[in-house]
Design a protein around this ligand. Structure first.
Ligand code: RRO
Length: 306
């Protein structure tokens, strides 16, 4: 990896600012490993729940001209088996791992965090923003600043690891939510989760393409929304941000950094450019840095805060 891509996040040294976000390459040893071998600097597990879940029936992914819809429905092997996979990965890799966890109340988040404390993972992400389980659990917790505050605070009281709050784009004021997470002690923010949800119709079958009907929207079409929300959050808080949403090429990653992100997630682009996308974007970032004579990622200018 190129020296100029090296950076630091919450005290961890990373070889590249690129992050494998939750839910992209599942969470098996091989899924995490292959992302790292292809240039990701830090990897995130699928969001884990206390019990295993089979998720929604297929089709769970639908493609359209400017992005994807997904309604995976939080399929995961449950916290115990999930952490076993992550521990196996950590036996062979010193790449920092973020364990993403999902629950619907503070007590369950605390229980999940207690499991993660005794794993080999370095960081925990609280997924407060899954858009695909409204029917079961109602609107995401990240829609309420009080819920965000309560959950982050409860986890911070028990967690040995830095806590990252994953926020939703589907809110009236991201500033309010980001500030609530910071006030509760979050060490970092991750935004954005998928947008919507939305729907695509199969006009021959006269029905929604997704079995779940609705699904979270990702890909190039959400990048402007992501940039705006990351910039607003960056303007409001002092904690670092993992920015994501539609990053497909190196210049998209640079935009995220200029908007205030320290690290940059690459998810849906794996679908378009293959798993090599991390290496490709790393190279494109270096090219941009060469052209503009930036020696390090820290030299890339950030927008003036709002
Ligand atoms: O599993 C999913 O359906 C899912 C999750 Br947990 C999430 O946080 N975001 C998303 O787009 N899909």
């Amino acid at each position: 990896m190129h020296n100029r891509l090296k950076t630091k996040f919450l005290g961890f040294k990373v070889e590249s600012p690129l992050v494998l976000p939750a839910g992209i390459m599942d969470m098996s040893f091989s899924g995490l490993d292959i992302s790292v071998k292809n240039g990701a600097g830090i990897v995130t597990s699928k969001s884990l729940t206390l019990e295993s879940r089979s998720g929604h029936k297929g089709p769970v992914i639908a493609e359209f001209e400017s992005g994807l819809l997904n309604a995976m429905g939080l399929c995961n092997p449950g916290i115990v088996d999930g952490l076993a996979e992550i521990n196996e990965f950590k036996e062979r890799s010193d790449i920092p791992v973020i364990v993403s966890v999902f629950a619907t109340n503070a007590d369950d988040f605390v229980e999940l965090s207690n499991h993660v404390n005794v794993s080999k993972a370095e960081l925990i992400e609280l997924n407060l923003s899954c858009p695909n389980v409204y029917d079961e659990f109602g609107i995401p917790l990240a829609s309420s600043k009080d819920e965000v505050f309560k959950i982050v605070k409860a986890v911070k009281e028990v967690s040995n690891l830095p806590v990252i709050a994953k926020l939703s784009p589907n809110v009236l004021s991201i500033t309010e939510i980001a500030l609530a997470a910071e006030k509760a002690g979050a060490d970092a923010l991750c935004l954005i989760n998928t947008v919507g949800p939305g729907m695509i119709i199969d006009t021959k079958m006269v029905k929604s393409v997704l079995f779940n009907k609705f699904g979270g929207l990702s890909g190039p079409c959400i990048k402007p929304i992501a940039l705006k929300l990351i910039y607003q959050a960056y303007s409001a808080v002092d904690i670092p941000i993992i920015g994501m949403g539609g990053v497909t090429i190196g210049e998209d990653a640079i935009e995220m950094i200029m908007a205030g992100a320290t690290l940059v997630g690459v998810g849906t682009a794996v679908y378009y450019r293959g798993i090599e996308v991390f290496d490709k974007i790393n190279r494109e970032i270096i090219e941009f840095m060469d052209e503009n004579e930036y020696d390090s990622l820290e030299d890339v200018p950030r927008l003036e805060k709002l």
